[in-house]
Design a protein around this ligand. Structure first.
Ligand SMILES: C[S@@+](CC[C@H](N)C(=O)[O-])C[C@H]1O[C@@H](n2cnc3c(N)ncnc32)[C@H](O)[C@@H]1O
Length: 471
């Protein structure tokens, strides 16, 4: 079967596996106390991903902060955002998130004396996403992020990263963030073609992006990522080629090359395009294949699903050393647990428990005003979930997994061979009695392989649209 036929055969809707179980299958929300207890045990090392077979790593908490505000509405966007030109709202939000962080630190200290304030919690990762984090003024970023950092002990190897929209990101933002210790910047680019940019209402020319990238480098940021999307309206093979040409000229360290998730049932803005406007089927697959080939020619190595990096970037080194990890923030250079999510809609993960915050700002604020963590829903993992989570994570980060250790085998895996049969016959996976390995040809189909390990999906197929297609 040639590449095109394979892509056609396996292009089915499927999860992106930023978590297992995936969010639509969460069923047992933790109470606030259960969640805090699990985070505390994770911070003191009593509970760890190593209990489920993961490599043991010495580090502290990862914190994700969600800043939902945007001053522009980009039509393709599928993220949790809030459009507002009323800056007062953002100013109030800074105070709310700091209040949430204080509440966490108080509850953790109450739960375990070893986590007494000040500074008993070690901060190993800080990632700020959105929305548009640089919607906040440099002063407010300093208050918010400086406030989070100052209340912890900082791991000397801590990594801080932030997502930014080049149109609103000024030197003063980058300077303030650099002073706080940020070294990683992720720019939302999506496409460099002017026509595509007009169509998706995200106009930013190469000169602007060059300026922000150059300023970041000059200030000492060591890794600049560009987010690109394939499958947007009006994209053609020529526009993708031009986009990757621009990437070649600007040389970001990393690329995330996402499939456009068309979710009109969630995002009304997506309804303005008809199916005919959006590349699909063979046309969309050709955009992906072209982009992937051109990125390889430009020296970018594939490190996991949708992610590419230059060999000089830390993510490549981590991938070579088998340390690559994936969580709700995407791919990261090492496993850090627990992950605490701050801000509206953020997700936390203690390895054994997931917890997501309220998605609506007013609800988030009102829960905090009552002195509660603004938890909205979550999931306490079962023993089976933890084993399957291990395998799915290994496949997403190493393209292989093993269950030589009998503790890493659950009865659901007895029927794995049946579910993987076609992928094995098509040369995409190699399966033995104690392991599975995705071949080079199988890499674009990593999520199809993970779906064979997804007991919850196999037992209860979705009856409505939940996931976008693989390609
Ligand atoms: C959470 S957004 C926030 C980034 C930032 N506000 C910006 O756009 O500059 C992060 C990335 O998600 C990706 N993204 C957003 N909507 C998407 C969609 N519908 N399909 C695929 N990727 C999408 C984009 O590549 C975007 O840069």
């Amino acid at each position: 079967m040639n590449n095109e036929e394979l892509l056609r055969k396996y292009n089915v809707p499927g999860p992106r596996y930023t978590s297992y179980p995936t969010v639509p299958y969460w069923e047992t929300s933790p109470t606030q106390d259960e969640w805090i207890a699990s985070v505390a045990r994770s911070l003191t090392g009593e509970e760890s991903p190593a209990d489920s077979g993961m490599e043991r790593q010495e580090c502290g908490a990862a914190v994700y902060v969600h800043v939902p505000f945007c001053s522009h509405s980009c039509l393709y966007c599928g993220c949790n955002t809030r459009f507002t030109r009323d800056y007062k709202m953002a100013h109030g939000y800074v105070a709310s998130v700091l209040k949430e962080w204080d509440l966490y630190l108080d509850l953790l200290a109450k739960k375990d004396a070893r986590l007494a304030r000040p500074k008993a919690v070690k901060l190993s990762e800080l990632h700020v996403g959105g929305g548009t984090p640089t919607y906040l003024s440099p002063e407010d970023l300093k208050v918010l992020l400086g406030g989070i950092i100052d209340r912890c002990e900082r791991d000397p190897q801590a990594e801080f990263s932030i997502e930014a929209d080049p149109r609103v990101t000024k030197r003063e933002h980058l300077q303030a963030l650099r002073e706080l210790g940020f070294t990683r910047l992720s720019l939302g680019i999506q496409d460099f073609d002017p026509q595509v940019q007009e169509t998706v209402r995200r106009v930013q020319d190469e000169a602007l992006v060059r300026g922000v990238t150059g300023t970041a480098r000059e200030l000492g940021y060591t890794s600049v990522n560009y987010d690109l999307i394939y499958g947007l309206p009006r994209q053609t093979l020529a526009s993708v080629t031009d986009t990757i040409e621009a990437v070649r000229r600007l040389k970001p360290d990393r690329i995330a090359f996402y499939s456009y998730a068309h979710v009109p049932w969630i995002k009304p803005a997506h309804r303005r395009w008809s199916d005919a406007d959006i590349p699909s089927g063979d046309a969309k697959r050709a955009l992906y294949e072209t982009g992937r080939r051109l990125l390889a020619e430009a020296g970018y190595r594939e490190v996991g699903m949708d992610h590419f990096t230059l060999e000089t970037d830390a993510l490549w080194k981590s991938s070579r050393e088998g340390k690559l990890h994936r969580n709700f923030m995407g791919y990261i250079t090492r496993q850090v647990s627990p992950l605490i999510g701050l801000g509206v809609s953020s997700i936390g993960d203690s390895w054994n428990v997931f917890a997501q915050n309220e998605k609506v700002l007013e609800m988030y604020d009102s829960r905090l005003a009552k002195g509660e963590l603004p938890l909205h829903r979550g999931h306490v993992l079962t023993a089976e979930d933890r084993v399957l989570r291990y395998h799915i994570l290994k496949l997403m980060t190493r393209f292989e997994t093993s269950w030589e250790n009998p503790a890493l085998r659950v009865p659901f895996m007895d029927t794995l061979a049946e579910r993987l049969e076609e992928l094995v016959n098509d040369g995409l996976v190699e399966l033995t009695a104690t392991g599975a390995r995705i071949t080079g040809a199988g890499r674009p189909f990593v999520r199809n392989v993970c779906m064979a390990f997804d007991a919850r999906l196999v037992r209860k197929a979705p009856t409505t649209s939940l996931f976008s297609k693989a390609i």
